[in-house]
Design a binder for this molecule. Structure first.
Ligand code: ZN
Ligand code: ZN
Length: 640
């Protein structure tokens, strides 16, 4: 008996019934078989050892695809777990997925791992690879699996099995090592070529701080040595730019986990200056674009959150407090507050659009395991705005937001971004609020607005939240890494829950069209991204200190202070270093502080009424008179 398989290019091939995917790949070409990491049968990802018994569509998955990378690196995580069990038999296994750029495995270890352990584990992994163990899938009943892991005393696996609803589960075995796993995996350990263990971290079981702290080991794996080397080099560069390292070094912010609680940011004078510059710019741009600034309190009675629905659907993320028998909530969102302001008046269609904007601080109880420097925090300020408009105004409103977003992102040096349009799943309309008409209107408005600005986007079917479609923008930083950026989110829910209306041309009341939008997202995360994008060397307009005046000897202190006064009067942020230290030492310090301009003043400069201008890169611009320097730097600042 023979079967016909159809390959992705449409070509067909007759093969004997029962052939394995890897043998089918060999018939296409040796190169493809060598590169194969898994197969895709009628769209389903499976092991290469899978046998074929029907006419199917077959795709050979290689490391080049995201799915291929996932299979490859997930196999690396199994090999790492096997190595850990060989070296430290008392360690218990939990889970070990592939992640973007690598993999990890969480272990319950009586003793925390140390960096030297990673070297031992790597050596053992290499041994397991050299042993060329075949990796075999088996399907057993859930009870059999529970018995097996009981014998091995793998209590976390039993807990995972208890949560599985199916009667049978799949196991993957390589040598003496067995793991509960959906797969697929590489066919043998030797298929894993180049890997590196990268770091250690603590992580709570299931991300819950009430559970035991586990030991997480991160690693990555590639098929080519040059790719691994490149990745490691980029990682070094990223480490140098890590905002958690640069933030304290540049004296921008601190987080006091023990004394004040995790995920709460304390802004130091220089960090607060950076924030103020960003916020002033943000306010100026928004006012120019027809937004009205509003301010709302940080707490509100729980009734308000019952009306909005957050009390029922979002409660575990909210901080609540009892005030004399009245329950209050620390606001996790700004929207209900802006709605209350809108509703203090009756609005006619002629009053719309109304755009309320606020740098609104919110508090959310994020799980402690997910907190990360400035990127994921519990108290943060959203650059929030809500647009209330009529359906006819929608496209021009969205175009307005897109233009404003484009202008702001480019001002911050993000020239590259990618747009994703999340729409509802047409097969499951029942999962969403709002009528077909509303969804079509909103989705089309987003599409038309993007078309008007000639912007390409990726359409994500079924990725919309239940209350409306949205646009997400991803920014790319100087290292090419993606960052979460602006969002434009429709809302068919709150206008109904709060009865947010306007009086139309027909004299009747209609629900407004409501759009939530942020450009920067959270100021905290945005600043974290900016620090890494610029490696702490901010452009002059953003630099907390723009100019440092450095005297060569004590003779020039008076002159240095005169120059400082003159620059400050021109609106510049200036510091003077008049300490009796060596000039080279003072210059190096200013460079470490990443101050864009250093003005050196010695006897000659005093005599000529000039300054010697140096950049933080070490470049020497030579002597200038003070007025020329002021006009040069203020032009640079106003042009951003
Ligand atoms: Zn697995
Ligand atoms: Zn909102």
């Amino acid at each position: 008996m023979s079967l016909t398989i159809t390959l992705p290019d449409g070509s067909q091939m007759d093969v004997p019934e029962g052939i394995t995917i890897i043998d089918a790949a060999s018939r296409v070409g040796k190169r493809l078989a060598d590169d194969a990491v898994a197969g895709k049968v009628d769209g389903k990802l499976v092991d290469l050892a899978t046998t074929l018994h029907d006419n199917v569509n077959l795709e050979i998955v290689t490391f080049d695809s995201n799915e291929g990378k996932e299979v490859y690196r997930h196999t690396a995580s199994h090999i790492m777990a096997q190595a850990v069990k060989r070296l430290f038999p008392e360690v218990k296994l939990t889970i070990g997925p592939a992640i973007e750029d690598g993999f990890y495995y969480d272990f319950d270890s009586p003793r925390p791992f140390v960096p030297e352990d990673l070297e031992k584990i790597e050596a053992e992994m290499q041994r397991i690879i050299d042993e060329d163990l075949s990796i075999e899938r088996s399907v057993v009943s859930k009870n059999e699996a529970i018995e097996l892991f009981k014998v091995k005393n793998e209590t976390y696996k039993i807990e995972l099995l208890d949560d599985i609803d199916e009667d049978s589960v799949s196991l993957y075995k390589q040598g003496e090592f067995v793991d509960l796993c959906k797969g697929p995996h590489l066919p043998t350990t030797k298929k894993l070529k180049f890997f590196k263990l990268l770091s250690l971290a603590g992580a709570y079981w299931r991300g819950d701080e009430n559970n035991r702290m586990l030991q997480r080991i991160y690693g990555t794996a590639f098929t080519k040595k040059s790719d691994l080397d490149n990745y490691l080099k980029n990682l070094e560069e990223a480490k140098k730019r890590d905002h958690r390292k640069l933030g304290p070094e540049l004296d921008l912010f601190s987080i006091h986990e023990e004394e004040a609680g995790p995920g709460l940011v304390y802004w130091h004078p220089k960090g607060a200056t950076l924030r103020r510059v960003i916020e002033d710019f943000w306010k100026e741009v928004h006012i120019k674009n027809g937004y009205q600034l509003v301010v709302i309190p940080h707490i509100a009675r729980s009734n308000l959150w019952r009306t909005s629905g957050h009390y029922d659907f979002y409660r575990e993320n909210m901080y609540t407090m009892d005030a004399g028998g009245q329950e209050y909530v620390l606001k996790p969102m700004n929207c209900p507050g802006h709605i209350l302001i809108y509703k203090t008046h009756t609005h006619s269609y002629r009053d719309l659009p109304i755009r309320y904007a606020e740098l609104g601080t919110v508090y959310r109880r994020e799980k402690s395991g997910t907190l990360h420097g400035l990127l994921r925090v519990r108290g943060f300020t959203q650059d929030d705005a809500h647009i209330f408009c009529t359906p006819e105004q929608l496209i021009s409103e969205i175009v307005g937001v897109i233009d404003l977003m484009d202008y702001m992102l480019k001002s911050f040096g993000y020239d590259e971004y990618k747009i994703e349009l999340s729409v509802r799943d047409p097969e499951h309309k029942e999962k969403y609020l709002g009528s077909d008409e509303e969804w079509e209107m909103a989705e089309n408005a987003l599409i038309d607005a993007l078309a008007q600005r000639d912007l390409s986007y990726e359409r994500k079917e079924g990725e919309a939240v239940f209350y409306g479609p949205k646009i997400d923008v991803k920014l790319f930083d100087a290292l090419g890494r993606p960052w979460q950026g602006p969002t434009i989110q429709f809302d068919f829910n709150l206008p109904k829950r709060f009865d947010v209306n306007y009086v139309g041309r027909d004299g009747k009341e209609h629900h407004v069209v409501m759009v939530h939008r942020v450009v920067l997202g959270a100021i905290e995360r945005f600043v974290g991204g900016l620090i890494e994008h610029y490696g702490g060397a901010f452009p002059t307009w953003l630099s907390p200190v723009q100019v440092k005046i450095i005297s060569i000897t004590d003779e020039q202190i008076d002159y240095a202070l005169q120059v400082e006064n003159k620059l400050e009067s021109a609106g510049l942020r200036v510091e003077s270093d008049t300490r009796s230290e060596k000039l080279g030492f003072k210059i190096r310090e200013a460079q470490l502080e990443k101050v864009p301009y250093m003005l050196i003043v010695g006897a000659r400069e005093v005599k000529n009424h000039t300054i010697a201008v140096r950049l933080r890169t070490g470049e020497d611009l030579g002597d200038m008179n003070i007025d020329d320097f002021i006009s040069k730097i203020t032009t640079e600042i106003s042009e951003k």
